[in-house]
Design a protein around this ligand. Structure first.
Ligand code: GLU
Ligand code: ZN
Length: 491
């Protein structure tokens, strides 16, 4: 599809930390806009003063920037339909609600919550549809006066047409909703506050959105919005009903829907752990879409070039953290080394780095970086992989010590030290020969022989390639650490 007039929107509510479901929605909209040469509109749905926060608004902007989603219209960049924060558009909604009422598309509903509940229960008991029953559709002026005398404050309710609504979902194909399943619904609260049900389609109409791509959880609001759209068209406010595409649910652990309250759904968590935005986006794109059957790893440019919402799979997608990490690891490997060293920078200083800033050594870091780059799943792992280079003594890890320091480790370490003393310290290969020879002297294979050396020098049983690590740390420090381990073993 190549169509310069595509206009999509990403319209979150600022009510908490951004979550991965939201990022997936942003990604598919953004990729669709970029693929078609269309417009990506960013709108803030902050009409719920009780739940929205300025902090969360700032976080949304910051997250979109971190992910690399530039928006063509929206907060800070402006655009022909400004403002893009709904809290600044209240007068527009009030005026449109009034017009809908004047034209008979909406009406005042005076039912109280307890009356609604009573009728809903009765309908359920009788096996009838339990949605709003249309009681206030025709209220006489006497009734109205009576209600008002009772002090009732009406909400505004949209009048659904008594007809079946059919549309072709871009992801799910033809869908049909019968009137008994889509009752009249509230669009303005009794206190005058317009609801999501009104402001979301009104803004989509005013901002001339052509394609609404959003989560499946919003599918039930689509027939209502289509009906509202038609009313807006009649009033000359909307030009055309947009096309809708509902993206599949994302399932978490135990095949339950991933909720924004699940810790693994928090975008900030991925940022803090050192996911690359490109790695995270590559993974999230696979939640409902794929580039091709045999290619899981791709760049955002490749995705944009190939993305079509018609290819989105309607079946629920499973969120798999292990796979997300594996894909991120691939993206870490795809960086050039210089870029890799730069991206690691935050994890090489406070509050993550346990060493004193003056003990950091750029030359050692640059020497070890290529060995680390091929092994990290997330950037935050860099800190404990290189701390042995910058700490005065290796990090103490009791479990590693107990695991590696077996009966006879002291003898092995003494031999290893001897052999290392006469090795060529400009060659990791020579250091390996030394430890290999020490192992042979004690009837140990290389793997077993290197474990105590690794723990003596780095503090841990797992880490970067050992002989390169020793070479970079240097002869003097390596031998001193073996001495310290020997002293501890004999104590
Ligand atoms: N503000 C709504 C939400 O965050 C937008 C839903 C939609 O895309 O229509 O759920
Ligand atoms: Zn009513």
């Amino acid at each position: 599809m190549a169509n310069g007039s595509v206009r999509v929107r990403f319209c979150p509510s600022p009510t908490g930390n951004p979550h991965v479901g939201l990022v997936r929605t942003a990604l598919f909209n953004w990729a669709f806009a970029r693929h078609t040469g269309g417009t990506f509109v960013f709108r803030i749905e902050d009409t719920d003063a009780a739940r929205d926060s300025e902090e969360s608004y700032e976080q949304l902007l910051d997250s979109l920037r971190w992910l690399g989603f530039t928006w063509d219209e929206g907060p800070e960049v402006g655009g022909p339909h400004a403002p893009y924060r709904q809290s600044e558009r209240m007068d527009t909604y009030k005026e449109i609600a009034r017009k809908l009422q004047d034209a008979g598309h909406a009406y005042h509903c005076y039912c109280t919550a307890s009356e609604l509940e009573e009728r809903r229960d009765a309908a359920r008991a009788a096996g009838r549809p339990s949605g709003y029953d249309g009681k206030c559709r025709e209220v006489t002026s006497e009734q109205k006066a009576q209600y008002e005398a009772e002090g009732r404050e009406p909400i505004v309710r949209f009048r659904m047409p008594d007809e079946t609504i059919t549309f072709t979902d871009l992801v799910r194909g033809d869908l049909t909703f019968t009137p008994e399943n889509v009752p009249d619904y509230g669009i303005v609260r009794a206190n005058g506050a317009p609801l999501y049900t009104l402001v979301n389609p009104v803004d989509d109409a005013l901002m001339e959105i052509t394609h609404v791509l959003r989560g499946e959880d919003l599918l039930s609001s689509t027939p209502r919005q289509i009906a509202l759209y038609k009313a807006l068209m009649e009033l000359g406010i909307a030009k055309a009903v947009p096309q809708f595409g509902h993206l599949p649910y994302v399932m978490g652990e135990g095949n339950k829907k991933l909720s924004k309250r699940d810790p693994e759904s928090s975008l900030n968590l991925y940022r803090e752990r050192g996911f690359l935005p490109e790695g995270l986006l590559n993974y999230l794109s696979l939640l409902g879409w794929s580039l091709s059957a045999d290619k899981d790893i791709f760049t955002i440019e490749e995705m944009v070039a190939a993305f079509d919402v018609a290819d989105v799979n309607p079946n629920p997608a499973r969120f798999d953290l292990k796979k997300a990490e594996a894909i991120n690891a691939d993206h870490i490997r795809m960086l050039d080394v210089k870029e890799f060293t730069e991206r690691c920078a935050p994890w090489l200083k406070a509050p993550f780095a346990p060493w004193a800033p003056e003990d950091f050594d750029t030359a050692k870091w640059e020497a070890i970086a290529p060995h680390a780059q091929t092994r990290l799943k997330v950037l935050s792992e860099i800190t404990e992989n290189v701390d042995f280079l910058f700490l005065p003594e290796p990090a103490e890890d009791e479990a590693s010590w107990t695991k590696a320091m077996k009966e006879g480790s002291d003898a092995l370490l003494r031999t290893a030290k001897e052999k290392l003393e006469s090795a060529d310290w400009t060659s990791a290969e020579s250091l390996k020969e030394a430890v290999l020879a020490a192992g042979e002297a004690h009837g140990l294979k290389l793997g077993k022989a290197q474990a105590p050396v690794r723990v003596a020098v780095t503090g841990r049983t797992v880490g970067l390639p050992l002989f390169e690590s020793l070479e970079i740390l240097g002869k003097e420090k390596t031998l001193a650490r073996i001495d310290a381990a020997l002293a501890r073993l004999s104590a």
